[in-house]
Design a protein around this ligand. Sequence first.
Ligand code: CAA
Length: 274
Amino acid sequence: MEFIQYEQKGAVATITIAREKALNALNSQVLDELDATLDQVDLGEVRCLILTGAGEKSFVAGADIGEMSTLTKEQGEAFGKKGNDVFRKLETFPIPVIAAVNGFALGGGCEIAMSCDIRLCSETAVFGQPEVGLGITPGFGGTQRLARIVGVGMAKQMIYSARNIKAPEAYRIGLVNEVYAAETDAEGNVVKSAKEVLMAAAEKLASTIAKNAPIAVRNCKKAINDGLDASMDDAIVIEEKLFGDCFETEDQRYGMEFFLDKNKEKVKAPFKNA
Ligand code: CAA
């Protein structure tokens, strides 16, 4: 892989989009490598993924404008499909994915973050859908996911105006769950960059998720995602099936027996994903 780095620490794995010279912009090769990386995640071991961008400046500065500049209508549509297919794979990936947004998240960068389950960002993050300023629409899911996350009115305002927003505004409108600042000492010197603080927080959250019963966590993701696309009548049936699916698993038996056991000295063992 030239542009994707993959690192697994126990049950948490981090995917880093590493094309720093182009601020981690997504060309076809990056999308192909990301797709292949997702296929290779060891789902027997890994229980939560983190997605980030290399360096301190940019998460992903969008789809590659150079590559897009000469596309025909048919090629443009195919490029949109390529991005959409990978992002949908990420969105429906069996385990949770946390986007650790460490800087620019523009166009395809904002869109890939929105395909993740949870977005955390550094105080330096900038979000936006600048496509109409380039003569195109958002093409990797932005016209669909932004409205679902921040509401129709705010999504239309951001997309029609092509105005970028900084981390505090992204937090205010619910595009990110948390914003992390650099840590400084008493003299104001930076002791930990905002990205370092962000990555530590993302890893902590990922480890917390990874400690919970894996089948249950996966079923929660599926229930929430599938339910959002359904009527409430159908959605609660989706929930019932995924709820029922957890019973008779080793983890369900153990989790409930542990609660019911009144022995105060007991120590909870790791869930077995079984
Ligand atoms: N595509 C290709 N190259 C990009 C890029 C992109 N989206 N974003 C940045 N780069 C490249 C720059 O061309 C530059 O390359 P060179 O050093 O070879 O000149 C390098 O990254 C550094 O960028 P800048 O010099 O521009 O850095 P800056 O600090 O002055 O500005 C920035 C940073 C504001 C993010 C600016 O780079 C920028 O506006 N980038 C484009 C953002 C954008 O419009 N993204 C949306 C793309 S369209 C899209 O994503 C469609 C879709 O929905 C699928």
